[in-house]
Every structure is written in C-alpha cells, then in structure tokens.
Design a protein around this ligand. Sequence first.
Ligand code: NAD
Length: 463
Amino acid sequence: MNTTELEALIRTILSEQLTPAPEKKEICTKGVFGTPNEAINAAHQAFLRYQQCPLKTRSAIISGIRNELAAYLAELAEESATETGMGNKEDKFLKNKAALENTPGIEDLTTTALTGDGGMVLFEYSPFGVIGSVAPSTNPTETIINNSISMLAAGNTVYFSPHPGAKKVSLKLIRMIEDIAFRHTGIHNLVVTVAEPTFEATQQMMAHPKIALLAITGGPGIVLMGLKSGKKVIGAGAGNPPCIVDETADLVKAAEDIINGASFDYNLPCIAEKSLIVVDCVADRLMQQMQAFGALRITGADIDKLRAVCIQDGVANKKLVGKSPSHILQAAGLSVPPKAPRLLIAEVQGNDPLVTAEQLMPVLPVVRVNDFDAALALALVVEEGLHHTAVMHSQNVSRLNLAARSLQTSIFVKNGPSYAGIGVGGEGFTTFTIATPTGEGTTSAKTFARSRRCVLTNGFSIR
Ligand code: NAD
C-alpha cells in the first residue's frame, strides 16, 4: 500500500468513527408477507410496541381509518362484487359504510369499579396480543374494516386470513389499513396478512404459538376447525334466519321490510331473512303486498325447477350463491320479466330443502302455517339451534317476547328488516362478526379484550 492509499484508508476509518452508522430503516412491507410465520412474528413485534402506546394513539388510528377509507368505499364495494362474483356493489357500499362509521372504537372499553370497606377493585379491558381473524367471502371488506377497528381499539394487532376468493380486494384493503395505522403510530405491521391467503396458510395460522385468539367468521367447517385448535375462539358461524309474520302485523310494512332485508346484497348477509313463516289468514295478502314491492312469485312446477338449481346434494349451489334474481331465473330455465325482480318467493312446505338449507340467495321460501304457535315451532326447527338471527313482524308483545325467549338467537329483530340487527337503519352499533356458537353475540372492541381485575386494599372507597 503506498502513502496515498494509506492516507485514504486512515481517512475512511476516521470518518466511520466520527459519523454514526446510518440508522437501519425498517423495510416497508406494508403488512403483506410471504408466509404466515413471518407475518405473525412481525405482528407480534408490532404488538409489543403498540402495547406501550397511549389510548389516544389507538383513537388516532381509528379516526384515520374512518376518515381516509371513506373515499375508497365505493371502489372497494365494486371490486369486492367483481372479484367474488357475489352480491352487488350498491349494497356492499352500504355495508362497508356501516362498518366504517358505526363500529365502536375505544369508547367501547368501559372500565367498571367496585368499592367497599375492603378497598377498590377495577375491572379493565386489556389486549390479547395477535389475533388471527378469518374473514368470509360473503362480506370480505366489511369484516376486515369492522374487525380492524374493533381489534385495534382493544389494543391488539391482527393477522387476517382473507377468503382466497376475495384475495385481491382484501389484500388491497389490509395494505391501506396498515399504511394508515403506520402513519399514526410509526409502527409497521399492526395488521398483516400473506400474499397468498390459502386454506393451508389459515391452518398454519391457527397452529401458530404467537396467535393469542382466533376470531372466525365463516361457515360451520372453518368454525369447527378453529374450535379444534386448542386456542380461545370467537366463532361467528352460519345461520338460517327464519322470519315470522302473524295476523297482527302491519302487513305493508312487513312486506317492505322483508323484501329489503332478504334482497340486501342478494341475501349474502348471514343475518338476512332466509325463510318466511306466515299464518294462513294473512299469507295471501302478505305475498300480494310483497309482489307489489318487487318480488316475483314462482308457482307450480317452476318451483321444482328453481329448487333443482338452487339446492344440490342438500346444500346451496355455490355457483348461485349471491347471484341476482334474474341470474337465478335464467339458471333455472325460467323467463325473466322485463323489470328485474328484487326477490323470488315460492310457497313450499316447512321441510322443503329451500327452507332447511342456508341458501344465501335472493330466493325466499314462504311457508303457510295455521297459527302463531305453529309458526314458532317451525322457526325453532329452521333455526336449528344455531342461535344466530330471527325476525318477527307482529303487534302482539307477548308473542314477540315468547319468540325471542324461545329462539335464543344472538339477534332478534322485531318489526324491521334483518339488517336493522347489525346497526344498518336500526339502533345500535355495527358488526360483521356475530359470534353464534361461542356466544359472544354481536362483537365489538370489548369482545376482543381480556377482562382484568386490579385490586387496591383498604383504600379509595370514599363513601
Ligand atoms: P367459508 O366457511 O367458505 O369461508 C370462511 C373462511 O374460512 C374463509 O376465509 C375461508 O378461506 C376459510 N376456510 C374455509 N374452509 C377452509 C379450510 N378447509 N381450511 C382453511 N380455511 C378455510 O364461508 P363463506 O362462504 O366465505 O361465508 C359464508 C358463511 O359464513 C355462511 O355460512 C355464513 O352464514 C357465515 N357467516 C357468518 C357470519 C357471522 O357473523 N356469524 C358472518 C358472515 C358469514
């Protein structure tokens, strides 16, 4: 080495000692990873930092999500309808809007206290850690918006398992939420997922030791899989909501509400009216009124054609789930009227597969019964003890009470469309995760938090 080279080397060494090494910037992965393991580890690291943040940071993320996603709801609704091939963009927009605006934030985590001669006890809600959230294809973006707000409000971070059939729109939304959360916290990976959300990835997630809680929104298969995982599960499973109408009901309102509820997003919501059970003396008038509001009544041998395409091997034909009434008519080889019907109705027996299978299609079977007692008895059979949702139209308070008490559903809507039960056009907050088999019901931030007890002896009782 000559003198010049030696001087250059000394200068380099000296400058390295004087100038601190540049801080390693976090690589902006935007929440999407190659494997569940990488994603969950990243969400766990994020949780350790998020746990140190004050409550106002959580509120800031939630306000950011509400403010910034509003402009994208129409786009997300359209992409969701296109990618899944189910439902319609107009109703999906309303569902996303309800999730964004009406999911409670940190105000849901109310502290309670007990005081007495022995001192004071505080009951507070704390986060679990990383939650594994499984979202369905029927409400993909609504569930991700709703769960993100609830779970982040409760101080958790989230690994999402979107439905493979809604991969593109779900990943886009998760990246957007991750970015908003990062800009309000400086912490990456508060919400994460994988680039290929396969069934195998969901299985790996369920077995991962750093997943503290599973929140599963989907059909019976996936909820059961979660229940077998050995982890705590909030299971939001399938339903088959019956709708009872008795002779005291306001028939015009009932007809309109039922059409609105059963046709909403082509009947994809798990809470939507899936069968109508009506007492004989008002059945004809109710169906006429429903026709006046845009229902098409299918009769005679056409019902057999309809059943043959809607139900296959005893379950809903996946190809027709969430399709429009006109599409279903065409598939059944039936003529489509010039004015597209909003809902197809067909009078059938109580044990018809159209009644007993969860269809998720704008096809509402109507069962005529003698009286209210028979209606309630059938509704109990149709609901199958799923404890999901039921609807009833009646002015008789005793009957409404009896039905609500007997059915024991997580949601019971009286004299309104089913979606009033998830805070769309009805009182109350919005949720798209209705925990039925595990009993938490309509979930919100506090559902995704641990209840903890903090005791101070001999003090802070000022009574
Ligand atoms: P689905 O059960 O097919 O899928 C739900 C989720 O589970 C998806 O993310 C899917 O990828 C995953 N999954 C399914 N099978 C899997 C497997 N073998 N391995 C790993 N992951 C698997 O449900 P769907 O068709 O998307 O949604 C409709 C169902 O969900 C209906 O039964 C409906 O009632 C129910 N649902 C319930 C609620 C509720 O809040 N209770 C809300 C929406 C939908």
